[in-house]
Write a protein that binds this ligand. Structure first.
Ligand code: PLP
Length: 286
């Protein structure tokens, strides 16, 4: 089943799946996506990912093409033959191409026509978190120049991918974003700091993506470890002066950041609180 894709209810070899040039996802990034990690062949936090998918669809006024039951059946049928044990499932839903182009109008900004919603899925292997060494990564910081609807999991990732490419060129894993001197999030992660044994992360708002991993870490892992948590904004100074920094996302779980803008955090070593959180986290991914 290597390089199979799901497109509108059919499973194809990747090279045989075709979408229209006039798909609004292709022309305008008019669509949303979701990414579900599978650890040891089991979907992790599937319900939460589905809920966010539904919310993103609602926020862009796109009717959900499937019922929850249909989604779960499609997802199951598609992933059942995966040759991987640890992988992410990528799901994309775009408004699609016009049903009728006989009027010759092939592209218009306003979505005024009837469209054939396009649903696609594919999967790709990821690390087994339980076998991974927890190693601190480098990050840069950058001004957050995205639009102010970052809570929608939009397929429009031009800024995110631009910023992350700059980070990559500097040997960094992530670019941590700053808006009005407040740390919002990473290009593909949520950001947490630890200072004097208190963990801090930005509150949910239109300025960040409500990470599924972020919520799980807040509601389950931090509680289980008995750490103190403050959900409030923090500045770039606080970030750089913190004792520990870590980021969360679906494929990495919890990832320590030990160098930011070439400055060492905790002398460049992953802190104890982060380590303990990671240990608790991976118990759930077995
Ligand atoms: N913030 C942004 C901008 C992201 O792209 C992602 C994930 O890709 C996250 C946060 C983390 O979200 P999750 O934990 O649901 O993967």
């Amino acid at each position: 089943m290597k390089n199979k894709v799901f497109l509108n209810g059919t499973i194809y070899n990747a090279k045989d799946a075709k979408v229209s040039l006039f798909d609004r996802g292709y022309l305008f990034s008019d669509g949303i996506y979701e990414l579900i990690p599978y650890f040891n062949s089991k979907p992790f936090l599937l319900e939460d990912h589905y809920k966010r998918l539904q919310e993103s669809l609602k926020m862009i006024g796109l009717e959900n093409p499937y019922t929850k039951k249909e989604w779960f059946k499609n997802i199951n049928d598609f992933t059942n033959n995966s040759e991987y044990k640890n992988y992410y499932l990528y799901i994309q839903v775009t408004r699609g191409a016009p049903k009728d182009i006989s009027d010759g109008v092939l592209r218009e900004h306003a979505a005024t026509k009837n469209y054939i919603t396009a649903v696609s899925m594919f999967y790709s292997e990821i690390d087994n978190l339980q076998e991974k060494n927890i190693i601190g990564k480098k990050s840069i910081t950058m001004e957050d120049k995205r639009w102010k609807k970052c809570n929608i999991k939009s397929i429009s990732l031009l800024f995110n991918s631009y910023a992350k490419t700059l980070a990559y060129k500097e040997g960094a894993y992530e670019a941590i974003l700053i808006r009005d001197d407040v740390i919002t999030e990473g290009c593909s992660s949520n950001v947490f700091i630890v200072k004097n044994n208190i963990i801090k992360t930005a509150p949910k708002s239109n300025l960040i993506l409500p990470g599924v991993t972020r919520s799980f870490v807040i509601e389950k892992i931090i509680k289980e470890n008995g750490n103190k948590l403050l959900i409030e904004n923090f500045s770039k100074n606080e970030l750089l002066e913190s004792d520990e920094v870590f980021i969360t996302n679906s494929t990495q779980g919890i990832l320590p950041i030990t160098i930011i803008d070439n400055m060492k955090i905790n002398e460049g070593i992953c802190g104890e609180i982060t380590k303990e959180l990671y240990k608790t986290f991976i118990k759930y991914t077995g």
